[in-house]
Design a protein around this ligand. Structure first.
Ligand code: BG6
Length: 486
């Protein structure tokens, strides 16, 4: 469905990595699919290129290779480029923003300002926009990381909040734009089947893994000051957790959904600093191999301090203090340079209370739901069945649901979905300020303990599943990570 409203999409950081890999390709895909209003314009703001021709040459060289996944449609590409306006601007000079006002002032529709820049520029850009009156009839999109801790995140939110109302602010967490993540909502709240079982009485433990094969990909500088807890846990993993654990919202209205997620984030059991080694494992990769290719140690990556203690792996045991989830451990894990690229959620149900059919039925994990978010979206339900033949022996079997077999078309990349939502004013898949604060508040004690600790992160070889301590943490609860089962 085409967005009915026209728009002016102003992209700050127009020659940055994110614009090149994600934002411009997503806008092109939306254009190619006929989902953008005809009159909509894209105003790229950067200082590297001198004029529109030079910028379009840059787009052709750098963006085009990232849009060819579905086969590039040359005619659509050409008409996409016609939407682009270029404004050369040095963002550190607010006095120059008059140029932007002149370029944008006469363009139709809602204004969307996308800040694909360093967070240190968020506030100066917002103030400069206000100084030339561009904060009216506007929405602003803030990329993560929004701050470095609760204090810096509050400082940005306070300053941006003086210029834009909360309803104009779109804080992106691209995981919320992933089709399978939204499917979690559909699975839980569109079916009567799972919801009655989705609670402490029937669920023994839950695992959420986002594992990457990639390393820091030339972002060593940024990553070394960030680490996995800030880069992945504070946002993506806690957002996934809140979607899995939330109560059914009364509607899909943005605040109805976000209120329920917030309640989960506020119910997270605070980490006791004295107990931290029992509930949190941090690791850093050493040299190793991914699928047979040698990869260097994190500490030798460009931009990384040789004696860095930044974590590239985190595993946590999290508890939610409410009636639905009290006592159920949620194991969260993420890391760079792991054995596989996979994001999945494992719901382990409790075994039967009494087995008339032998010990197999009492084994943990006999009933389990595995929701794979990527690389291919599937849901697998494990249960027990009778082995054919004599006797009554049980064996594990599973029901598989592969979404690409049901829905062959219409899948949208996360950024495309989210950008269309911003243009159409749909806030449900964006993070509200109070959610973000609650997430920071919860991770801060861990950050603090690790910053003051004299114990370095535990080493793991690139291409493995992280430090042994992560497995040991689960073993204490009589369970193990999914890949360790067989
Ligand atoms: C980003 C992190 O938010 O998410 C990156 O900054 C990470 O470090 C990326 O690689 C993972 O996203 P995806 O969609 O590839 O799983």
């Amino acid at each position: 469905m085409q967005t009915d409203s026209s728009f002016t999409f102003v992209l700050f950081g127009g020659t940055g990595d994110l614009s090149m890999r994600k934002i411009l390709p997503a806008l092109y895909e939306a254009h190619r699919a006929g989902l953008l209003a005809e009159t909509g314009k894209i105003v790229a703001v950067a200082r590297h290129e001198d004029n529109r021709d030079a910028y379009l040459a840059w787009v052709n060289e750098h963006v085009k290779p990232h849009v060819s996944k579905n086969g590039l449609d040359e005619a659509a590409w050409k008409s996409f480029l016609e939407r682009i306006v270029y404004v050369k601007l040095d963002l550190s000079r607010p006095e120059d923003f008059g140029v932007l006002r002149d370029a944008v002032g006469t363009l139709p529709g809602i204004r969307v300002f996308y800040l694909a820049t360093s967070p240190s520029l968020f506030v100066p850009i917002c103030r400069a926009l206000a100084s030339v009156g561009l904060n009216e009839n506007a929405r602003i999109v803030l990329e993560k990381p929004l701050g470095y801790d609760l204090r810096s995140s509050n400082a940005i939110n306070d300053a941006v909040g003086e210029i834009f109302a909360e309803g104009q602010i779109y804080r992106i967490d691209h995981y919320l734009g992933k089709e399978p993540v939204q499917n979690l909502l559909a699975l839980r709240f569109g079916n009567a089947l799972f919801e009655p079982l989705w609670r402490r009485e029937w669920v023994e433990s839950i695992q959420i893994t986002i594992a990457e094969e990639l390393g820091v990909e030339g972002r060593g500088d940024f990553y070394d000051n960030t680490g996995a807890l800030r880069d992945m846990v504070q946002n993506h993993l806690l957002q996934l957790l809140s979607i899995i654990a939330m109560e059914p919202p009364h509607s899909m209205d943005a605040d109805a959904v976000r209120n329920e997620k917030l309640r989960v984030l506020r119910s997270l059991k605070p980490i006791d600093p004295r107990e931290i080694s029992k509930v949190a494992v941090r690791g850093q990769y050493h040299a190793g191999g991914i699928r047979g290719t040698p990869v260097p140690a994190y500490s030798t990556e460009k931009g990384v301090k040789p004696d860095s203690t930044t974590e590239t792996f985190v595993a946590l045991k999290v508890e939610i203090e409410n009636w639905r989830w009290a006592g159920v451990p949620f194991f969260l894990r993420t890391g760079k340079r792991l054995a596989d690229r996979v994001a999945e959620i494992v719901v382990n149900f409790r075994p039967v209370p009494h087995s008339a059919l032998g010990a197999t039925a009492l084994r943990p994990g006999a009933n389990r739901l595995v929701i794979r978010l990527q690389p291919n979206e599937t849901i697998r339900l494990y249960c027990l069945a009778k082995q054919p033949g004599e006797g009554m022996n049980l064996a594990s079997v599973h029901l598989d649901l592969a979404f690409d077999q049901f829905f062959r078309e219409g899948q949208m990349e996360a950024y495309q979905r989210l950008l269309l939502d911003v243009i159409s004013g749909r806030l449900a898949l964006f993070v509200r300020r109070d959610e973000q604060e609650a997430a920071w508040r919860w991770v801060e004690p861990i950050l603090g303990e690790w910053a003051n600790s004299n114990k370095p992160p535990k080493p793991y070889a690139a291409g493995t599943w992280g430090p042994a301590a992560s497995s040991a943490m689960l073993a204490q609860h009589g369970t193990c990570w999914l890949e360790e089962e067989n």
